[in-house]
Design a protein. Structure first.
Length: 381
């Protein structure tokens, strides 16, 4: 079997009929887009078996990556990864958009491998368990959003069955001071009780001394973890924060490849590694990153969505918990969502996911819907 095509399919949807309010974390303001687009990276073989994954940079994937892997056996995933990374036409790029584009292709190859072999991805990666815990990510800031509004959001997540929730902190760039952030954490803890796990996420908001101060102030509310307290490249700062508090430190969503994670893990700068399968180099790299972390008794809890996250966590003995943005209670979900191009095979029940025994990621494209919304530049001229 050989790879015959690699392409990025673009889809354009009608504008939303509902105007959502902007929301933000410590560093980024999220404004609802005027146009709604999505992409899918698809790998085809000469036996017409296809694998795909969500997202993908069309220019990089079809221009730079595709020529390097056409004709390869799709099950030679390590060989393909290295051809994408080295390739003979460019110097290796250790970080950035090219690695992210590689990640989409790599993940599509794992989906393809699962469909060729008739196995779910988590089993191909390692197959440690099929049942994983999941948390509801949210708790963003928004204009006019009060602490009471934040509490209600967290309570709705719990009512939906989640036993772990995450909220944002570190919003000083948008006028939210540290004292207010401490009050927000306190209010959520008091509302949800001690049996629910509460994560706090600073999105690289602080320097080490500021993060240490904040950690001490929220220790009475025993967070499950303190996420990205300092800048992604500040390993020394992360070590300082980690040494100053009993709260576990989680980080890594902005790092690339197992080479990039080497120092973060070997120096034990974090307690929990959060590599993102869509950024770090795909599941091929996630497998290495998780194994490296396991050698240092560090837990693995990937950043990103619950479909790929559940397969990644289920594969490894140090898999901890899955991030989910699909809570029905989330005020950030599009109230007028675009049509679904693919199915979501994952069901969350009482804060847990049992991965179905379906090949690949268990996803299929609805070609009838896809054809209706697919954007083909040649047809626009």
């Amino acid at each position: 079997m050989k790879i015959t095509d690699v392409k990025v399919r673009l889809f354009k949807f009608p504008p939303s009929k509902v105007q959502r309010k902007p929301f933000f974390n410590a560093i980024l303001l999220n404004k609802p887009p005027k146009e709604r687009w999505m992409s899918i990276t698809e790998v085809t073989t000469d036996e017409e078996i296809k694998g795909f994954w969500i997202g993908g940079n069309k220019e990089i994937i079809e221009g730079s990556i595709k020529p390097k892997i056409i004709g390869e056996d799709p099950l030679n995933i390590e060989r393909i990864w290295m051809k994408m990374y080295m390739g003979g036409t460019r110097k290796p790029v250790a970080k950035g958009e090219y690695i992210a584009a590689m990640s989409r292709v790599d993940n599509a190859l794992w989906d393809l491998a699962g469909k060729i072999l008739g196995q779910p991805v988590y089993k191909l990666l390692g197959g440690y368990t099929n049942r994983v815990r999941v948390y509801a990510a949210g708790g963003y800031y928004a204009e006019g959003k009060t602490i009471e509004d934040l509490v209600k959001e967290m309570e709705r997540n719990i009512a939906e069955g989640f036993t772990a929730v995450k909220m944002k902190v570190g919003g000083w760039r948008f006028g939210i001071d540290m004292k207010t952030d401490v009050q927000r954490v306190k209010a959520v803890r008091e509302a949800i009780g001690n049996d629910i796990d509460l994560m706090v996420d600073a999105n690289n908001a602080w320097n080490a001394y500021e993060a240490k101060r904040f950690a001490k102030l929220i220790e009475p509310y025993h967070p499950f973890w303190f996420e990205e307290p300092v800048h992604p490249d500040d390993i020394e700062g992360s070590l300082e924060v980690k040494a100053s508090t009993f709260i576990p430190i989680a980080s890594g969503e902005n790092e690339f490849t197992h080479y990039g994670f080497r120092d973060l893990i070997s120096r034990r700068a974090v307690d929990i590694i959060q590599a993102d399968p869509n950024i770090a180099g795909g599941l091929t790299e996630i497998r290495k990153i998780a194994a490296m972390a396991d050698a240092y008794h560090i837990h693995f809890a990937p950043h990103g969505g619950h479909i790929i996250g559940s397969h990644a966590v289920a594969a490894f003995p140090n898999g901890l918990i899955v991030e989910c943005y699909s809570s029905k209670a989330s005020p950030y979900k599009d109230p007028d969502p675009p049509p679904r191009i693919y199915n979501d095979p994952i069901e969350i029940k009482n804060g847990w996911i049992e991965i179905p025994d379906k090949p690949g990621f268990g996803m299929e494209i609805d070609e009838k819907t896809a054809e209706k919304y697919e954007y083909k530049p040649e047809e626009q001229n």
